[in-house]
Design a protein around this ligand. Structure first.
Ligand code: IMP
Ligand code: MG
Length: 425
């Protein structure tokens, strides 16, 4: 299939960055459609580690990469990322939607003050999207306009009361802020000009021609603003459907929807996590999988693979096939289980609770999983050209169990961070 949407099927950090990097090779265009600097992709290539927050992972293939309309952009952070990438000898082929919204420093200040109860990444994501929805925010096209300074000052009037009432600024500080931020953001606008275009048109034309487009989702389905574990979610839509809204995909074009899941589960920030592990079991898994946030460095919460939540995510996002990552990590720990259902007050339920306090109190139903065979790099390489039936029994039966439960196939298995540590079935 020439067009593909890649989305996380859990709470983010499933390894989308690596998978997008692998899949970008066969694509002409890579498009990000949601989120902002809250995303953090770690991509390893040729012995180098790249951490991207904005730039689609397709950058490393020198593909045309797009930040779509649904993305919120902190211009300072994006410029730094572009400069870092350029200084390491690469030339970014980047286009930014004129309609994408801006993250201002005051969004970050509000997030720092209010985001604690959700455990946000502190990047100003929620406040930027909420001011977008309130129709008082600015877009990239505003900061590249000839009268950018005036537009920024005008927009800041709309948030004056909020900033002062919330005690983000005193009146004096607010006035200084208006002066400095209008200068600073207008100068960012100058630097952005070469990158800004009507990206929707680029995507539309590519999607309905011979070219192939890869849509790269940020975060994961269970962090979706509408269908995730609200209020412990991000502020954008993380479903495959968001590629149409925020990335310029056209309904009706042939498209493949690939979900990414880890071989276990992780989550950063607050919120329900039914299969969470604690104590030694948690620290062993966290260490084995290097589970520390790419954006904030926070230790990730870790747990058993929650097939019940995964099946909900698959259904809600319309995921057609799965890539499973970090099977190699699972081989380093014991006591593996998978969750196949939830109980409330001793009774099995047949829905995924929308209410977070209810989800907090469900009791997972587990199946034990035999230990996963620990293969050497050389043994994995040998498996590369083989099919599922040639995998060691433990891995083959783990995959089969998952496929039967979630009713879609696992078509890609990732067993390490490098691009070539990937088996495509
Ligand atoms: P926000 O997106 O910074 O507002 O954070 C809201 C919630 O989403 C918090 O629990 C974050 O930890 C989580 N979150 C946001 N982005 C990511 C991500 O890229 N990976 C994993 N969790 C994320
Ligand atoms: Mg991440």
């Amino acid at each position: 299939m020439k067009n593909t949407i890649v989305v996380g099927a859990q709470w983010g950090d499933e390894g989308k960055g690596k998978l997008v990097d692998v899949l970008a090779e066969q694509s002409n265009l890579v498009v990000r459609f949601n989120g902002g600097g809250n995303a953090g992709h770690t991509v390893m290539h040729a012995g180098e580690t790249y951490k991207f927050h904005y730039m689609p992972s397709g950058m490393l293939h020198n593909k045309l990469c797009i930040l779509g309309t649904g993305v919120v952009i902190n211009p300072k952070d994006l410029l730094e990322e572009i400069e870092l990438f350029t200084s390491s000898g690469h030339t970014p082929r980047l286009k930014i939607s004129a309609r994408a919204h801006i993250i201002f420093p005051h969004h970050q200040l509000i997030d720092a003050k209010e985001g604690g109860k959700i455990g946000t990444t502190g990047r100003g994501i929620g406040p930027a999207y909420s001011q977008k929805a309130s129709r008082i925010n600015l877009r990239i096209l505003d900061i590249i306009a000839d009268d950018a300074r005036g537009r920024i000052k005008e927009a800041l009037k709309d948030v004056k009361d909020i900033l002062i009432y919330e005690e983000i600024f005193t009146l004096d500080e607010y006035q200084d802020y208006c002066r400095s931020v209008s200068e600073e953001y207008a100068s960012f606008g100058e630097k952005f000009k070469p990158y800004v275009t009507d990206t929707e048109d680029l995507v539309r034309r590519a999607g309905s021609s011979e070219e192939s487009v890869l849509f790269e989702g940020a975060q994961g389905t269970l962090l979706d603003l509408n269908y995730g574990t609200y209020p412990f979610v991000t502020s954008s839509s993380t479903l495959a459907a968001a590629a149409f809204v925020g990335g310029g995909a056209i309904p009706g074009i042939p498209i493949r929807i690939l979900g990414i899941t880890k071989a276990y589960t992780t989550r950063v920030g607050e919120g329900p996590f039914p299969t969470e592990l604690f104590g030694d079991a948690a620290s062993n898994l966290r260490k084995a999988g290097h589970e520390y946030g790419a954006t904030t460095g926070r230790p990730r919460r870790v747990g058993h693979l929650d097939l019940y939540a995964l099946r909900y995510a698959i259904r809600i996002s319309g995921i057609q096939e799965l890539a499973m990552t970090k099977i190699d990590t699972l081989a380093l720990v014991d006591g593996i289980k998978v969750c196949t259902g939830y109980m409330i007050d001793g009774k099995e339920i047949d829905y995924f609770p929308a209410d977070s306090p209810t989800l907090e109190k469900v009791e997972p139903i587990y199946e034990d999983v035999p230990p996963i065979t620990n293969l050497t790099k050389a043994e994995w390489v040998e498996l590369k050209e083989k099919s599922k039936k040639d995998l060691p029994d433990s891995i083959r039966s783990y995959i089969k169990f998952i496929e039967e439960f979630v009713e879609i196939p696992i078509t890609i298995l990732s067993h390490g961070p490098e691009r070539n540590e990937t088996i495509v079935f």
